[in-house]
Design a protein around this ligand. Structure first.
Ligand code: GLC
Ligand code: CA
Length: 578
């Protein structure tokens, strides 16, 4: 079957199910809750849902340690409610994609249990078990020097087998050996299972890590903390395995796949989504990471002041590298990063900066993703004490900092800002008890504390306010879907050197769209690009302030107020918004 490219016209909403809506009142978000909110999701104007992992998990990494690939975590629902949600979504014209976590399993997955129990079991070769080495002093050492991305060695010793196993993440997330054809068969079976049930595709977790280099050699050229990464990120057989999945399974369905590709530069990621000689591509879409480190060095645990120029360089690099060759994804938040208002915007000017950030990415070329709560301008949680942390990565970082001699306050300053918990506080539905995340009767406590600012940041109040982030997102998404130039126009950036404004255009033969976003807390004056004259030739289609005069002054200078954003449409598409 020729797969159509419907993913190019999608706008996705990402749900991290534990914190979206608690339908059965046990304090944990679930599919019963999602079912109640399908109309809300539809009202945003999005056309699809990406569910973060829904499969059973001992929660060493909240769903990203899978103990059974073909059922639903009982805390999140069951197959009946899953099917109901799927049907309910489809009835509303929403596609549904699932997370697929196949770089590793949970250490409690049946395969791993069998692998541990018996070195002769076929499941032993589903994973990377290796003998240790002897150091110079005769001390036992792991098979190579790779680091776990969550800290420490990437190898865990198993005494009963006198072997180590590889885990690029937590030791409760052993890596699957994708070189074993039987493992690839299993993956294909899992894909078919969900596709046959009616899902529309997958988001593939850390997919660029699945092919490890032959012999698992030491890495002598990386900084401690990421040794191994450059060897297994885009490993030798990655393309081959992805193309196999495509030909064996995906091509038989009208589906899409988006792969998570951490720390790959645009040029390299392009190889995964560009058409190959045989006409097929390894993946439809990839999630790049460059624009997620405009205020840090690779990870939020190494913070730096926010740099608008760094953000703009990353945006432009991906738009320009993919231009005409492949289709980008657009996102600012997900379950792995703190809230973007708190990072790249301003909590003091929350509404203004949340909406400017929205305009900064929603009109680029690509398929946008909006993460739950992002549309409200939700902010970081400002967690004060270590015992309020839920994110296992954050707890590991905290422990490491304490071990390195930091005081609890010092450690929390870093961790509180960086933890993924910031994105995982319960969705804020109202100003009432528990933000109405859990049913309001009774006194159930959500599994993690609600952000106290739900008294002002919540769906119910934002519905009523025309200038709220919620209504801005709706408007922007509608506009994006309405205007052909947003789908097809070429990306063009102006004022690249500015540290205060981000100005970009989308230009096609008949229409042009000009997006201007201030990232400044003070008013900022600049000359609009020459080709756009005094702006009166266009239609002001979207703004986050009341605009009295949509034109410029005599010298074609424009002053934007703090975090003001404006979107103008010129040419044929302007008729659509008048
Ligand atoms: C991805 C997931 C993240 C998880 C990691 C390991 O980055 O998004 O939540 O911790 O993979 O599975
Ligand atoms: Ca629940």
């Amino acid at each position: 079957m020729a797969r159509s490219e419907w993913y190019k016209d999608m706008v996705f909403y990402q749900i991290w199910p534990r914190s979206f809506c608690d339908g059965n009142g046990d304090g944990i978000g679930d599919l019963w809750g999602v079912y109640q909110k399908l109309d809300y999701i539809k009202s945003l104007g999005v056309t699809g849902i990406w569910f973060s992992s829904l499969t059973p998990s001992p929660n060493a990494d909240f769903g990203y340690d899978v103990s059974d690939y073909t059922s639903i975590d009982p805390a999140l629902g069951d197959m009946d409610i899953f099917d109901k949600v799927l049907r309910g979504a489809h009835d509303r014209g929403l596609r549904v994609i699932m997370d697929l976590v196949i770089n590793h399993t949970s250490s409690e997955h049946e395969w791993f249990r069998q692998a541990l129990a018996d070195a002769d079991s076929p499941y032993h070769d589903y994973y990377f078990f290796r003998k240790g080495r002897k150091g110079r002093d005769g001390k036992p050492m792991p098979p190579n020097n790779w680091d776990s991305l969550t800290g420490g060695s990437a190898w865990e010793y198993v005494e009963a087998l006198d072997e180590y196993y590889l885990h690029l993440f937590d030791k409760r997330q052993p890596d699957l050996n994708m070189d074993n054809p039987a493992v690839r068969q299993e993956v294909e079976g899992i894909m078919r299972f969900w596709l046959d049930r009616g899902v529309d595709g997958f988001r593939e977790d850390v997919i660029s890590f699945i092919s490890k280099p032959k012999g698992l050699p030491d890495d002598h050229f990386a900084l401690p903390g990421s040794r191994g990464l450059r060897l297994y990120n885009f490993g030798p057989h990655l393309m081959q395995y992805l193309v196999q999945f495509r030909r064996d399974v995906l091509d038989g369905y009208d589906c899409m796949v988006v792969g998570e590709t951490p720390m790959l530069p645009a040029r390299k990621a392009l190889r995964l989504v560009r058409r190959q000689q045989a006409g097929d591509r390894a993946l439809d879409l990839v999630f790049g990471f460059d624009h997620m480190s405009a205020d840090c060095m690779y990870t939020e645990y190494l913070p730096k002041p926010f740099s608008l120029r760094k953000l703009k360089r990353a945006y432009a690099d991906w738009e320009e590298t993919f231009d005409g060759k492949a289709w980008p994804t657009l996102y600012l938040e997900n379950h792995d990063h703190p809230r973007v208002v708190s990072r790249y915007g301003s909590e003091d000017l929350r509404v203004e900066s949340a909406t400017a950030l929205a305009a900064s990415y929603l009109f680029q070329q690509g398929t946008p993703f909006v993460y739950q709560g992002q549309e409200l301008g939700m902010t970081n949680a400002h967690i004060k004490s270590a015992d309020e942390l839920r994110d296992p990565q954050a707890i590991a970082h905290y422990d490491a900092l304490i071990k390195a001699g930091k005081t609890p306050e010092e450690a929390m300053t870093v961790v509180s800002r960086a933890t993924r918990d910031n994105a995982r506080t319960p969705m804020q539905w109202s100003a009432r008890q528990n933000a109405s995340f859990s049913p309001e009767l009774g006194d159930v406590e959500p599994w993690m504390p609600v952000n106290p600012n739900h008294d002002v940041v919540n769906v119910e109040d934002e519905e009523k306010n025309l200038m709220s982030p919620l209504n801005f997102y709706r408007h922007a998404i509608r506009l994006r879907r309405l205007l052909p130039v947003v789908r097809n126009g070429r990306y063009h950036e102006f004022k690249r050197a500015s540290t205060k404004v981000y100005v970009y255009a989308r230009e096609s033969q008949w229409s042009r769209l000009l997006v201007m976003c201030s990232f400044s807390k003070d008013p900022v004056t600049f000359g609009v690009p020459d080709s756009y004259g005094n702006l009166t030739g266009g239609v002001l289609a979207l703004s986050n302030y009341y605009v009295q005069d949509a034109g410029t002054d005599d010298a074609n200078q424009l002053t934007l107020r703090p975090y003001e954003t404006r979107v103008y449409v010129f040419g044929r598409d302007a008729i659509l918004v008048e």
